[in-house]
Design a protein around this ligand. Structure first.
Ligand code: PEP
Ligand code: MG
Length: 590
């Protein structure tokens, strides 16, 4: 039966394919595709873990006192039975050998299948055995955790490629796969770059959560906040992701499939048309030049940035180099190599590296997430964390400084609000330079920028203009902190409003103050990549936008069609209107 689940549109486009479920308990379980040569090894990993757990249970049974509770004895019997059950082991072998899932992923996929069968049982006793099954699987996963855990980021298949076709069952060689999960951390999401998936859906998350941001950078349709999706969708169900409307359609009828197939082809044609703008300079109709920069998460993303004609990197979110490493931070040389790679990748164009912005919905690893109290967005995040870990921060500053002797590098500091944070940051930067001097290591000149993403910063701009060469407006956080809306919480996502007059007032102030002081100012939050906001930001005087490479061409198209000189009065009217959205409709035509 066809049904749909509504969430928030994160990345545009239509994906049609079969669902691959990632259950919530598995967020920290590695899932990646193996090569056919690794099949035997992965099957053996599961078998070894199973043997070990069986041995543990047998030993426990042996050592149990005679008067042990009958429930405990029965539970261990059930666990042993489940471990030896062929439905579990055959299913795991299937996922490993037919789909080339790694052992942990195969294990949890099969858990999903068998758990549903338990759910459907009429006998309440048998139905409750699902909890035992989950415990058994958890034990197996824990047992396997001693083995290498990092996800190999090896080139994997694109939908429809030869490699993907090998991954699928013979009769379904062209079927794309769509990932459905309760939640995925930004670190999980980044592992899926260049993966087989044609689309993503998660139960939770807001439009500007960091998971959504990474999903957008993957340039495949994605919907977040689709509540209940991972519960209602079953493994291998046919699904459609409408990334334009934020809708997931499950088990679509033939008519719906045909309609979305048409939309998909139309979107593809639109992309091809846009791609012709790659080499066109971003000049408005009245001849004003606009700078279009790229936001990147990893040095490898520079290839895509250059391919779409970005004139530099406006935001390198360096924290992605630090995440998913089980707390082990990259050392100075490792970081230097990564920054250098980005500098080389941009072929002489400027690269703005933001110092680590860890915390809130970007934990270093899972344990940090669990340690955090309930409002991590208001906690020890970004520069606050860096200043509390001076050794870590100095290491990063030295690595960035070293990269600056190989190209045009700008340094950007996130989440500043206090004069003393600015002072401490500048002092540590001086210290990093003198440490390099003492080692005789060269570094180049670097422009220094501050992110304006806390309302307190947007209301004390002279302080920032006194100390920094440029400002970068982080609208994602500026909106979050101005409106007191957790950007990762889908239950308040309807209140997350870039057009709120308070937000627009702060953006306008920042652009005007920086421009009057002769300093550079750009927007690097998601607003910069939203083509519906382009004219408003141009009308407010913004001439530098930083966004995902995937958004650059549609924003450029808006610029090419705009006479900026006609926008100023309209933009002022919009930001002073009690309901700016209505005024947005009356944008002057070209
Ligand atoms: C922002 O807050 O707008 C921003 C660009 O930084 P991040 O999304 O990484 O917090
Ligand atoms: Mg931010």
């Amino acid at each position: 039966m066809t049904f749909s689940i509504h969430g928030f549109a994160v990345a545009r486009g239509i994906a049609i394919g079969r669902a691959v479920l990632v259950a919530s308990s598995r967020v920290d379980v590695a899932h990646y595709l193996i090569t056919p040569e690794q099949v035997t090894r992965e099957i053996a990993r599961v078998a070894n873990a199973r043997d070990e757990v069986v041995k543990e249970i047998l030993a426990l049974q042996h050592s149990m006192p005679k008067d042990s509770p009958v429930e405990l004895i029965a539970m261990l019997d059930v666990h042993l039975m489940l471990l030896q059950d062929e439905m579990l082991s055959d299913g795991i072998k299937h996922w490993i050998s037919e789909r080339l899932y790694n052992a942990e992923w195969a294990l949890t996929s099969q858990l999903e299948v068998v758990a549903r069968q338990f759910d459907e049982m009429t006998d309440p006793y048998l139905r409750e055995r699902k909890a035992d099954l989950e415990q058994v699987v958890e034990r197996l996963l824990r047992c396997m955790k001693g083995l290498p855990h990092a996800l190999p980021i090896e080139p994997q298949a694109r939908p429809g490629s030869q490699r993907q076709q090998e991954l699928l069952l013979d009769d379904e060689v062209d079927v794309p796969l769509v990932l459905v999960a309760h939640d995925l951390s930004p670190a999980d999401m980044i592992q899926f770059k260049q993966s087989v998936f044609a689309g993503f859906v998660t139960d939770v998350g807001g439009r500007t959560s960091h998971t959504a941001i990474v999903a957008r950078s993957l340039d495949i349709p994605a919907v977040v906040g689709a509540r209940g999706a991972s519960h209602w969708v079953q493994q291998d169900d046919w699904v459609i992701i409408d990334g334009d409307q934020g809708v997931l359609i499950v088990d679509p009828s033939a008519i719906i499939l045909a309609e979305y197939g048409f939309k998909q082809r139309h979107a593809q044609l639109e992309r091809e048309r846009l791609s012709r703008l790659r080499h066109t300079p971003a000049l408005s109709l009245d001849g004003q030049r606009v700078e279009l920069l790229a936001n990147i998460e990893l040095p490898e993303d520079t290839a895509q940035a250059v391919a779409v004609g970005a004139v530099g990197v406006g935001l390198f979110r360096s924290e992605f180099l630090f995440m998913g490493r089980e707390g082990e931070l990259p050392n100075e040389d490792q970081q230097f190599e990564a920054y250098l790679k980005a500098v080389h990748g941009m072929k002489g164009l400027p690269v703005t590296i933001r110092t680590i912005d860890i915390g809130a919905d970007k934990p270093l690893d899972r344990s940090q997430k669990e340690d955090q109290y309930l409002n991590p967005a208001l906690g020890l995040r970004a520069i606050r964390w860096s200043l509390s870990e001076p050794a870590m921060f100095l290491t990063q500053l030295r690595a960035i400084l070293r990269a600056s002797s190989h190209g045009q590098v700008n340094l950007l500091i996130p989440m500043l609000a206090h004069a003393r944070e600015i002072k401490q940051t500048l002092a540590l930067l001086r210290q990093a330079r003198s440490e390099l001097d003492a080692r005789g290591v060269p570094y180049g000149p670097m422009k220094l920028g501050a992110m304006i993403e806390v309302p307190a910063a947007a209301l004390t701009l002279p302080l920032f203009l006194q100390h920094f060469d440029f400002l970068s407006i982080g609208t994602n956080d500026l909106i979050q902190y101005t409106l007191a809306i957790d950007r990762a919480d889908e239950s308040v996502a309807h209140l997350y409003d870039p057009l709120h007059p308070a937000v627009l007032g702060l953006i306008d102030n920042t652009i005007q103050a920086a421009t009057a002081a002769g300093k550079g100012v750009s927007v690097c939050g998601e607003m910069a990549g939203d083509a519906q906001m382009t004219r408003l930001l141009l009308g407010l005087g913004l001439r530098s936008f930083s966004m995902h490479p995937t958004q650059i061409l549609s924003v450029k198209q808006e610029i090419l069609r705009t006479d900026i000189s006609k926008l100023k009065d309209w933009a002022q009217a919009v930001i002073h209107a009690p309901e700016p959205l209505q005024w947005m409709q009356s944008v002057p035509s070209r």
